[in-house]
Write a protein of this length. Structure first.
Length: 276
């Protein structure tokens, strides 16, 4: 593969990469890492479990099959907010997502769904919001964890959640707000998941949010193959690089590394409905 950073020092306690796209190749790579290789590399540094997220119908089908095949994986299935406005038949697509969400007990999440005002313009936002509402309803009916994508849409995401009612378990994937937004999400019972972006030089508001998030509501992710942490920003991300983000989180928070890892591991199990 073309652009793989070296493995970091292993963590002192296992953690979970709670948001990964093992089926997606980053631009510049010929193919994604083979699943067995990706999971072995992650396990070698203490990242022993991964939540594989599907963002469209082919990706959701792949996620369900992968979770059924590999002990280390569970799956989330949904129509990404930028995918929903492109569909010719949202009803049919949502029907398949519902079927996939109930297809196997290792499908733990409905997501990633939500709102994206960066890539989707005004013309697609009504469909995007309709799809988000339907995913919220699905998560509640099937007792799945709701995984939310929020890009430049903080207030509208919270408005929809308030109007629809939050599920018992919901995660703000790749949290991108400040301390105020963190508190607003925490007040609604959310889990906040931090990615490699927390290591970026210009991300002080995000680090402020990290500090105010209690350990029982704190998760870590890659969003691989994207959002690679410093010092490898711009290169291909993968679950084995989670230790870079966790160490940065511990430093920002002033936490003992092993204690933070244990808290992240436990919070992720709680967020996704128990151990696997």
């Amino acid at each position: 593969m073309s652009d793989r950073p070296p493995a970091p020092e292993p963590l002192p306690h296992p953690v979970v990469d709670n948001h990964c796209h093992l089926d997606i190749a980053r631009h510049g790579d010929d193919d994604p890492l083979p699943v067995e290789e990706a999971l072995a590399a992650a396990a070698a540094v203490g990242v022993r479990r991964v939540v594989q997220i599907g963002c469209d119908l082919p990706g959701a089908r792949w996620a369900v099959e992968a979770a059924a095949t590999y002990d280390a994986l569970v799956a989330g299935v949904a129509l990404h907010p930028n995918e929903a406005p492109l569909l010719a038949d949202l009803d049919a697509a949502m029907a398949e997502i519902e079927a996939l969400a109930g297809a196997h007990d290792k499908v733990r999440a409905v997501g990633e769904t939500g709102l994206d005002h960066f890539r989707t313009g005004e013309e697609g936002r009504a469909v995007q919001e309709e799809a988000f509402r339907r995913h919220v309803d699905l998560a509640k009916r099937l007792d799945k964890t709701l995984v939310i994508h929020d890009r430049d849409a903080h207030d509208d995401v919270l408005r929809v959640l308030d109007e629809e009612g939050v599920p018992d378990r919901w995660v703000m994937h790749c949290f991108s707000g400040d301390a105020d937004l963190a508190r607003r999400c925490l007040d609604r019972g959310g889990y906040l998941s931090f990615a490699g972006t927390v290591t970026f030089k210009n991300a002080q508001p995000l680090r402020d949010a990290l500090v105010v998030t209690p350990p029982d509501r704190l998760l870590v992710e890659t969003d691989a193959p994207y959002l690679t942490p410093v010092p490898h920003r711009g290169r291909t991300n993968a679950s084995y690089l989670v230790p870079l983000t966790v160490r940065a989180m511990a430093e920002v928070r002033g936490d003992d590394l092993e204690e933070l890892c244990a808290a992240l591991d436990h919070a992720t199990e709680e967020a996704f409905g128990g151990a696997w």
